[in-house]
Design a protein around this ligand. Structure first.
Ligand code: THU
Length: 137
């Protein structure tokens, strides 16, 4: 887990709040915003994007991760996630994050930007199945 300054936390949470405003969530009305900082210092944001065919929607965290990976980034330092009530990343997002490192810091904040929890991917997904498990197979 990275040691973060208050300014770093604030900056990422603010970007996630901004991303949350772009959420397309007409069905759940539950907007989610994410901001992911890579080890190289780039930041990728994401919001949830729902669909009339419900299961085709996508979570904010995975949008941010997929944007980063599609731009050539695979090493992540910290992810900030913002929801109205400080909701925690879903299981699928935890698994996708685990693919790229258990040590990534995760900041969970509410709609006012209050930090609700600071943890890591390992903390969110103990016993994760990772690429290591497929080595030598
Ligand atoms: N959602 C996320 O974006 N991230 C999560 O980790 C939890 C759920 C979205 C999916 C859906 O658009 C809405 O929140 C309600 O489940």
């Amino acid at each position: 887990m990275s040691r973060l300054s208050d300014e770093e936390r604030r900056g990422l949470i603010d970007l996630a709040i901004e991303a949350r405003r772009r959420a397309y969530a007409p069905y759940s009305n539950y907007g989610v915003g994410a901001a992911l900082r890579t080890k190289s210092g780039r930041i990728f944001t994401g919001c949830n994007v729902e669909n009339a065919a419900y299961p085709t929607g996508m979570c904010a965290e995975r949008v941010a991760v997929f944007k980063a990976v599609s731009e050539g980034e695979r090493e992540f330092e910290v992810l900030a996630v913002v929801t109205s009530n400080g909701g925690s990343p879903c299981g699928s997002c935890r698994q996708v994050l685990a693919e790229f490192g258990l040590d990534t810091t995760v900041l969970i904040a509410d709609g006012q930007g209050r930090l609700i929890q600071e943890t890591s991917v390992a903390g969110l997904l103990p016993g994760a199945f990772t690429p290591e498990h497929l080595k030598g197979n």
